[in-house]
Design a protein around this ligand. Structure first.
Ligand code: SF4
Length: 223
């Protein structure tokens, strides 16, 4: 396989410059017993030395031989979680009101909808989304490109958050949203971002460059 094919297959070259890591898609961090069994079996079958839970609520299979990558994906029967490249990476979700006693909104349900909608979409840079079911914000929503926090009155949306070497807390852009309103504004913002951002410009840098007031104006939101 060429290196571009490997990227398409979600494979990441490791420090040893020989082996790869692959990360099965686990939307909203939800795992089934079947997928867990398959990951464990694949690790044994293909002698994968390390299984590591990484950020974004995913399991990285680390130390995979190049020639095994396609076969492992076939064995797992799952899409690759896109872990590299200029595209949608993941939606991180807390347990929300379906599981957590503090939850006031359904973060898992929303995260699954968002993941379904944006999985496979190319963006100017990495795209990460965090959804928290209450203001305790266990999914670190304000440090994600798209940050969503549930309150009793509806969803709060922040844009342009980032962790990493240049951390930035996202701008709270609008509150008390229904799910439908939330999707409409996210769609508008992402269309705008895709059109005007430079290549590899994360939303944090894009918003700093454009200015949050300009973003609000383009989204048709009050100041
Ligand atoms: S953010 Fe709130 S709902 Fe989600 S896990 Fe934390 S405490 Fe529970």
């Amino acid at each position: 396989m060429e290196s571009s094919d490997l990227i398409t297959k979600g494979a990441i070259l490791q420090r040893d410059k020989e082996s790869y890591a692959i990360i099965p898609r686990t939307p909203a961090g939800i795992l089934t017993p079947e997928l867990l069994k398959k990951i464990a079996c694949a690790a044994e079958e293909f002698k994968i030395p390390v299984l590591k839970i990484v950020s974004g609520q995913r399991i990285a299979m680390v130390g995979v031989k190049k020639e095994d990558i396609e076969e492992i994906w076939r064995f797992l029967g799952t899409d690759s979680g896109q872990a590299i490249g200029l595209c949608f990476h993941y939606v991180q979700a807390c347990p929300g009101n379906s599981l957590c006693k503090y939850g006031v909104q359904d973060s898992i349900g929303l995260a699954l909808e968002l993941e379904k909608k944006y999985y496979g979409t190319e963006f100017p840079a990495k795209m990460k989304i965090g959804v928290s079911g209450c203001t305790i914000c266990c999914s670190e929503s304000y440090l994600r490109d798209i940050g969503i926090v549930g309150k009793k009155s509806g969803w709060t949306l922040s844009l342009g958050g980032n962790s990493g070497s240049n951390p930035r807390i996202g701008n709270v852009i609008v509150q008390k949203l229904t799910e439908e309103e939330l999707f409409t504004i996210i769609d508008k913002f992402l269309t705008y971002y895709i059109k005007y951002a430079k290549k590899k410009e994360r939303t944090s840098k894009f918003i700093k460059r454009i200015g949050i007031d300009e973003v609000r104006k383009n989204l048709g939101l009050p100041f």
